[in-house]
Design a protein around this ligand. Structure first.
Ligand code: CA
Length: 128
């Protein structure tokens, strides 16, 4: 009886500590704010935990960018935070168009996030 409880406890611990693979992809912006000379030149900075970061390519002169970039991390845990910041590339300082934050859950998810300067960012992630 006792050994069975210990076994279940070990099983529970190992499953909650197990490393999962996080994939973040299918980024699309809608109605992004214009810059002073025309449509935005937007890119995304992704932050996952304190050590993993990623940058998408810049999609020039469009309020509705589609990014083909994909990010994959092999040491993800349930409930970790992913932050996506959308920037408009400019000469010098790149203004932030908004940011999205999610605490990852297992499975595949579509996320739609409203940006503080207008428009929105849609993306998908999977944690398996
Ligand atoms: Ca522009």
């Amino acid at each position: 009886m006792i050994s069975r409880s210990i076994f279940l406890l070990l099983l529970l611990c190992s499953s909650s500590l197990a490393s999962l693979t996080l994939k973040v992809f299918n980024f699309r912006g809608y109605g992004l704010r214009d810059d002073p000379v025309g449509p935005a030149d937007a890119y995304i900075r992704l932050r996952f935990s304190t050590i993993h970061t990623g940058l998408t390519r810049v999609q020039p002169n469009t309020a509705n960018p589609v990014w083909k970039d994909r990010f994959e991390y092999g040491s993800a845990k349930l409930g970790q935070q992913v932050i996506l910041q959308v920037f408009d590339q400019a000469s010098g300082y790149d203004p932030q168009l908004g940011y999205c934050s999610v605490y990852v859950k297992s499975g595949s998810h579509s996320v739609s996030c409203k940006l503080s300067t207008g428009g929105r960012l849609d993306y998908m992630y999977s944690l398996m």
